[in-house]
Design a protein around this ligand. Sequence first.
Ligand code: TXA
Ligand code: MG
Length: 341
Amino acid sequence: YWSVDNFSGSEENLQLIKEAALWITKGEVVAFPTETVYGLGANALDESAVKRIFEAKGRPSDNPLIVHISQIDQLDELVLEVPEVAKQLMEHFWPGPLTLIFKKKEAVAPSVTAGLDTVAVRMPDHPVARKLLDAAGVPVAAPSANLSGKPSPTTAMHVYHDLKGRIKGIVDGGQTGVGLESTVLDCQAAIPVLYRPGGVTKEDLEAVIGKVKVDPSLLSDDQTPLSPGMKYTHYSPAGTLYLVRDQDKISELVTEAKRDGKRVGVLTTVEGKGRYEEADVVVLCGSNKDLATVANGLYDSLRKFDEQEAEVIFSEVFSYEGLGIAIMNRLEKAAGGQSPL
Ligand code: TXA
Ligand code: MG
C-alpha cells in the first residue's frame, strides 16, 4: 500500500510510485488511481501478468481490458494503424476519459484483448497514473479495480475492500474525479460507434468529429452489445435495486417494502433530503443541478447500501442527456438491465 493522496510530485511521492511501477515490470498486479476510477494494472505485453488481473477480479476471460499509456508514441508497439478520426480525438481528449479501439499488433498479450483482433487504448489524465506509467515504461492493461460485478472503485478503500490479499498493492491517490469509467469508442468504421458512454459525452465527441453512432444495445434490451463487457450485470449492490421515475411512487414503494419487513434504501440527491423519511438508508448522491457531482459520488453511494445492508433499494432517475446518459447506463446495469419503472 503506497499512499500518495494529495500528490505533490515530491521526491518521496515519486519513490513510492516507482516502487509500485517496479512490481508491474516484474509481472505483478497493482491498483492505481486514474481520473475516472481506480484501475488494476499489469504489463500489457506480459501474458502471465495479465492473467493475474483476471484471477484477482474473478473477471470472465472473454471480457477484454483497456491498455493505458502515457506517451503517444507507445501506440506504435500496440496498434497497426491510427485512423484520421482517432488522431483528431486524441488531440482533443487525451489525456482524458476516452478509450479508443484500434486494430492490434502481436505484441499485445492475447488475454488483454480476449482473443479479439482489436485493442482498447487510453491515456489517463491523473498525475499519479501518468507518473506510474512513465516509471513502468511499459503499456499497462487495467480494468477497474473492483471484484467483477461490483461497483467500480473510486477510492483506495473500495479497492482494499474488494481485492485485499489478491493483489500486490494499491497506490492511494485519494478519491477519483469523474467517478465513472471512460467513454469507449470504436473509430474503425466511417461513422465511429459509441460502445460505452462515459466522461466524454456523445455531444463532446460530435463537436469534434461530427456524427457518432450509438451501439444499438445501449438503447434497447434485446440487442447484444458490441463491446463484450457491456453484456454483464455490473456495478450491483447486494440488495435489489429498482429505478423509479416518480418520487411519490418511491415513497409508496418504501412504505410497501417496510410493511413486508425489508430494510429499505433510497438513492436520491441533496435536493431529496428529507423526502424519504420512512426509509432505513437514504443516500444523497450529488446534486441534480450538476450531474458531474452525481457521477463522482455514484459508485460510493451504491457501496453505502451494502455497508448498511439495504435489502431493497429505490433510486431516483436522472436526465438522459450529456453525462446523464452514462449515469443512467450504470444505474440500469446495477439494476440488472431493467429500465426505470
Ligand atoms: O475508465 C476506465 O476505462 C477504467 C480505468 C481504470 O481506466 N477502466 C475500465 O476498464 O473501466 P474495464 O475493464 O472495467 O472496462 C473495459 C471496457 C469493457 O466494457 C470492455 O468490454 C471494453 O472496454 N473493451 C476492451 N477492449 C475492447 C475491444 N477490443 N473491443 C470492444 N470493447 C473492448
Ligand atoms: Mg469494470
